[in-house]
Design a protein around this ligand. Structure first.
Ligand SMILES: Cc1ncc(COP(=O)(O)O)c(C=O)c1O
Length: 391
């Protein structure tokens, strides 16, 4: 076995991030303050939203987005099982139950045709996911949500910089149409602050409530109190949380955001190269954009042929020094969602979600990847399949 040569992902931090962190440390203001406010303004502008609210990670952003959408204990939220566990967990954090619908294999996202059958009098919201950065059919789902008077939250953890076509105009995910969009700034994502999250919305009242809830329900934040020439007594108007992002993280995020358009361009070049190489391997299905999507290729997930053992392929590639991951997990297959009250959200068969987990293979994808790396990954995959079929 050789040492790992090609990791799955790699963060792209440089001198600018180092200088930004130093600047904040020297300023003496390290928690949520001016850098967070500037990062929020720049993030909102990037997405084409009126407001962006920074929080500690995407999981808590989903929790807050559901709370301000009115989701209450005992209610239900329609979502997908085929997602990182945090999607379902955020619904449980509100005391509500995730009701899982299946996905489509072409874009690994919620199948809009299955939503209506899942709506009950207890349904309080729909939460779609732009899985691996590939845009879900959000316009169709938003129209359906509107018809049923349901709020829509989008788990855009992986989708910063991905775009959808609105009429003849490309729009970035996070440009709201009656919905809240929640992003992750974890190191597996394009833009990272170590950990971090962001919520975008066009609704000033929702943004104000999100800001209140992320900081203990406090009517006056630290910075306002600090800057005031008058003595200010704060009030705690509702039970809130400590879901703040720090100024140190926000300063890193601002540098990353400035570089994001370049990162997206690079990912799209790499995805094209992967497509050209991998399409030649018999039976492997490569991911593709729909005509109305331009993904950021946060992750690159191929589908293995049915006759191939996923684990053996992953092991063979690991032996070649290449990190991979299996297809996106299914919450309903995990112990946390397969027993007790949680299991009552599993009402529909989820064959496509399960197939996508069992046949999916996530390949290395990061900005600094070279064409040689890509060649190494592609030939390792081709060899692994050839060897398996020879047995
Ligand atoms: C689809 C999805 N939702 C939510 C999350 C949670 O994000 P965070 O780690 O920022 O809480 C992730 C993280 O990978 C994710 O992929």
């Amino acid at each position: 076995m050789c040492a790992l040569r090609i990791p799955l992902a790699k963060v792209a931090f440089g001198r600018l991030e180092e200088e930004a962190v130093t600047r904040v440390l020297r300023s003496g203001w390290v928690t949520q303050g001016p850098e967070v406010a500037a990062f929020e303004r720049e993030f909102a502008e990037f997405c084409g939203a009126r407001h962006a609210v920074a929080v500690s990670n995407c999981t808590v952003s989903l929790h807050l987005a559901l709370l301000v959408s009115g989701v209450k204990p005992g209610q239900e939220v329609i979502t997908v099982s085929h997602s990182f566990i945090a999607t379902a967990n955020a619904i449980r954090h509100c005391g509500a139950l995730p009701v899982f619908v299946d996905i489509r294999l072409d874009d690994l996202n919620m199948d809009p045709a299955l939503i209506e059958a899942a709506i009950t009098p207890k349904t309080a919201a729909i939460m779609l996911v732009h899985q691996l950065g590939m845009p879900a059919r959000s316009a169709e789902i938003a129209a359906l949500a509107k018809r049923h008077g349901l709020p829509l939250v989008e788990d855009a953890a992986c989708a910063i910089g991905s775009e959808t076509l609105d009429g003849n105009q490309w729009q970035r995910i996070g440009a709201p149409f009656d919905k809240l969009s929640c992003f992750s700034l974890h190191p597996r994502k394009l833009l990272s602050t170590g950990d971090g999250g962001m919520i975008t919305t066009d609704d000033a009242d929702l943004a104000a409530r999100l800001r209140l809830l992320r900081q203990h329900g406090m009517s006056v934040n630290d910075q306002q109190r600090h800057q005031s020439q008058q003595v200010v007594f704060e009030e705690y108007v509702e039970v809130g949380f400590n879901y703040r992002l720090t100024d140190i993280q926000a300063a890193i995020g601002r540098c990353q955001l400035a570089r994001l358009p370049q990162m997206v361009v690079r990912r799209r070049e790499l995805a094209e190269l992967y497509r050209a190489k991998l399409s030649q391997i018999d039976g492997v299905i490569v991911p593709a954009d729909r005509t109305d999507t331009r993904t950021n290729w946060q992750s690159y997930c191929v589908m293995l042929p049915e006759d191939i053992d996923q684990r053996q392929v992953m092991q063979a590639m690991l032996d070649d020094g290449i990190a991979t991951r299996r297809g996106v997990m299914n919450a309903h297959r995990e112990p946390a969602y397969s027993r007790g009250e949680e299991a009552t959200g599993v009402r529909f068969p989820l064959p496509v979600s399960e197939t996508a987990q069992d046949r999916g293979l996530i390949l290395p994808m990061f900005d600094q990847m070279t064409e040689q790396d890509l060649e190494t990954v592609s030939s390792s995959l081709a060899n692994a399949l050839r060897r398996q079929r020879a047995h």
